[in-house]
Ligand binder design. Structure first.
Ligand code: FAD
Ligand code: NAG
Ligand code: NAG
Ligand code: NAG
Ligand code: NAG
Ligand code: NAG
Ligand code: NAG
Ligand code: NAG
Ligand code: NAG
Ligand code: NAG
Ligand code: NAG
Ligand code: NAG
Ligand code: NAG
Length: 554
């Protein structure tokens, strides 16, 4: 209804952020007065939890939105020391794990507020630079209940202000920020509970699961710890601060235990969600099954704002861990990738999952004993030993023990600017000798550009349940994939628009080789290429996409 809302929001933000008495004194036109009073009303409705955002990095800058301010040396030093600390970043609304999504990337140096992510102490990034809010939503509500989401939807409906949803801020494609939007920050939805006999609402008494229910804002690490305390295992991602009941499961959710236990979308049994019509709904196999299907891989907030989700658990498991590392020389790296390619299918058949990146491999297996695990990994042990590297195959008593010992030191670094592209590599590339040879060549050829990040985290041995209980929206390509392969590159803080576009395009071009090798396959919504061609088919498959579209229209 109101015109030019983006600029208006910023004008309003300017007023609110400046001196409040000055704001009152300044003449407001009718449109901004209406919007201003709508915001004030919204703030009362949500119990005063409407906040205005300030740039995360502002402490280091002495110009903020064109105005002179005093930088704070102590706060800046604290920020610099924690620039790559996920627990520090996750606590701040304006901070994103991939910080370039805090900026408008067509002019990041002038419409953002970042430090040099390769050296946060580099004064050239902040001295004399203007710190701007960029792509960070100027207003956000700290969501405590479904009622807050309903209030925001009604506000959006009557004012035309767009909404965005942020949880833990891990999105690789900037889907949780948004210039000029009102954000719903679900980070404080931290309830967590366990039931050995969870009965989805509306299901008959014979359908029960051992399950854990978590609010959207619970960190992966906290879910793992909680599950461990109740002597159960939760299957989840390879990072401590990913939002377990947020973007992670909504987009698919892979784990290094997925080869045996499925993707996150295979394991969720109930979702409580506010749909765009403002209704708080329960979706499971027995009620709203079409919505339940859409929430299992449809992605992000497309079908509503999740308040909580319930996930099946497994018993406490002993896990075999295999960890290898060496210093490559000559053709070692290409030979190492070749060895892992040659063993990929056998390892998948034995229940292994894990990550390979350059000369390191960390795999887990919940099915084998240590003797069998070591025998299975012998080719890798021999290869690494011949290069004086380190190799460990050992049993850990639980997923949480594995997580604390291995994941915390190996998880992907955050606070860097960059991009990636991915492809799901189907089994035929591994069973057909000439196709495997082509894959070898492609991997070797791509090494000068980037070491492929291999995620053996596809649901290779997992059989989905029949009917509504097992219906998910992710591309069926997941089910036949042996590897999920990723290529990435980083930007420098002062890269120009042309530099950035060049890097986005270079990643896209290099992943194209893998698309060409398996055009029938797909890729992962949460880890896609910004230029993903034919993304509807790539992320969901043509059939699922048509069903998703019907649910979206409904
Ligand atoms: C360092 C790192 C490690 C990762 N590791 C893994 C991994 O091991 N396995 C894996 O599968 N993925 C992994 N990912 C990808 C991750 O799953 C996605 O980025 C995921 O979307 C993060 O969800 P979030 O809620 O934490 O992020 P956010 O950026 O807050 O949100 C992501 C998306 O979900 C939407 N959203 C968030 N909360 C809600 C909600 N309550 N209701 C509705 N929509 C919501 C947002 O609008 C946005 O579209 C990783 C990402 C990073 C950066
Ligand atoms: C919302 O109300 C609270 C409590 O009255 C106040 O502290 C806060 O500044 C208000 N938010 C905005 C954006 O004005
Ligand atoms: C900055 O600090 C100086 C000296 O301490 C002070 O006079 C000035 O008012 C401050 N400026 C702002 C914008 O806070
Ligand atoms: C985040 O950082 C900004 C800028 O330093 C600060 O104003 C804000 O209070 C911090 N906390 C949250 C929860 O956003
Ligand atoms: C980072 O920048 C600071 C300040 O310019 C410099 O002293 C330091 O050597 C740099 N560190 C690295 C690792 O380049
Ligand atoms: C979280 O749990 C508390 C205590 O049981 C409850 O009062 C509250 O409503 C729950 N919050 C949500 C969002 O479900
Ligand atoms: C949006 O506004 C229209 C017209 O007033 C109304 O019919 C509809 O129910 C509203 N939707 C929401 C979610 O408030
Ligand atoms: C549960 O019971 C209903 C009848 O009450 C029956 O139709 C259904 O097949 C049963 N389901 C399972 C999984 O046993
Ligand atoms: C934990 O679970 C395992 C596997 O189900 C079981 O063997 C063990 O007895 C349980 N421990 C406790 C303390 O309940
Ligand atoms: C390990 O597993 C193998 C294969 O299942 C079995 O033959 C062997 O006896 C087991 N070894 C131990 C020590 O349990
Ligand atoms: C490995 O270490 C041994 C003993 O120190 C040494 O003789 C050998 O040359 C080393 N091999 C490689 C490939 O570095
Ligand atoms: C094996 O792969 C090659 C090259 O990709 C292809 O031409 C051939 O048709 C495949 N063979 C079978 C049996 O699928
Ligand atoms: C970017 O910053 C680096 C380090 O601060 C500097 O060496 C380089 O010249 C800068 N590049 C451009 C294009 O300004």
């Amino acid at each position: 209804m109101l015109v030019a809302l983006g600029p208006l929001l910023f004008a309003l933000l300017g007023l609110l952020n400046r001196d409040r008495t000055a704001a009152v004194a300044e003449p407001l036109n009718d449109a901004s007065r209406t919007l201003s009073s709508a915001f004030a009303h919204l703030n009362v409705t949500v119990g005063g939890r409407l906040n205005s955002a300030a740039p995360f990095e502002q402490a280091c800058f002495s110009i903020l939105e064109g105005q002179h301010v005093n930088a704070s040396a102590t706060a800046c030093a604290d920020l610099q020391a924690n620039y790559h600390n996920p627990l520090y970043r996750v606590a701040n609304f304006s901070a994103y794990m991939a910080p370039h999504w805090e900026t408008c990337q067509s002019s990041p140096a002038t419409d953002g507020c970042l430090l040099d992510s390769n050296n946060a102490s580099n004064p050239l990034a902040f001295e004399g630079a203007d710190c701007r809010l960029g792509n960070v939503p100027p207003y956000y509500i700290i969501v405590q209940s479904a009622a807050d989401v309903q209030a925001a939807l009604a506000f959006s409906n009557s004012t035309g202000v767009r909404l965005s949803v942020k949880n833990k801020g891990h999105d690789f494609l900037g889907r949780s920020s948004g210039r000029g939007t009102l954000a719903l920050w679900t980070t404080e939805l931290r309830n967590i509970s366990h039931s050995a006999q969870f009965q989805p609402e509306g299901c008959s008494a014979n359908i029960t699961y051992d399950a854990i229910t978590t609010g959207a804002g619970v960190l992966a690490q906290d879910v793992y710890q909680f599950a461990d305390r109740v002597n159960r295992t939760v299957i989840g991602g390879y990072h401590q601060t990913v939002g377990f009941s947020g973007g992670y499961f909504l987009g698919g959710g892979h784990s290094i235990l997925s080869p045996v236990y499925g993707l996150a979308v295979d394991r969720v049994v109930e979702v409580k969600v506010v749909t765009p019509d403002g209704v708080f709904r329960t979706a499971n196999e027995c009620q709203n099954p079409d919505l339940f299907f859409a929430l299992r891989g449809g992605g992000g907030p497309a079908f509503g704002v999740v308040i909580e989700a319930t996930h099946r658990t497994e018993p406490q498991l002993a896990i075999q861990a295999a960890a290898f590392e060496f210093t490559p020389t000559g053709t070692d790296l290409a030979d190492w990738y070749s060895l892992t390619l040659d063993n990929a299918l056998a390892w998948a058949n034995e229940g292994w999952g894990g990550h390979i990146t350059g000369p390191t491999l960390i795999y887990v297996n919940p099915l084998l004993n240590t003797t069998a695990a070591r025998a299975s990994m012998q080719p890798a042990i021999d290869f690494v030993s011949a290069r004086n590297g380190t190799s460990v195959v050992e049993e850990l008593p639980s997923w949480f023990a594995f997580f604390e010992k291995y994941v915390l030191i190996a998880e992907a670094a955050i606070g860097y600017e960059g991009t990636q592209g991915t492809r799901l590599l189907p089994s035929r590339l591994f069973t057909n000798a000439s196709a495997l040879a082509e894959l070898h060549t492609l991997v070797t050829d791509v090494l000068p550009f980037a070491n492929p990040y291999i995620i053996a985290g596809t649901p290779w041995l997992y059989e989905p349940a029949p009917g509504a209980a097992g219906a998910t929206a992710v591309t069926p390509a997941w089910r036949d994939a042996v590897w999920h392969l990723s290529l990435s590159t980083r930007f420098a803080y002062n890269d120009t628009l042309a530099d950035r576009e060049g890097r986005y395009r270079a990643v896209s071009a290099h992943i194209q080789g893998f698309r060409d090798l398996a055009p029938e396959s797909g890729s992962y919504f949460n880890e896609g290429d910004v230029y993903e061609p034919d993304h509807e088919v790539s992320y969901w498959g043509a059939e699922n996409y048509a069903k998703l579209l019907a649910v979206k229209r409904k």
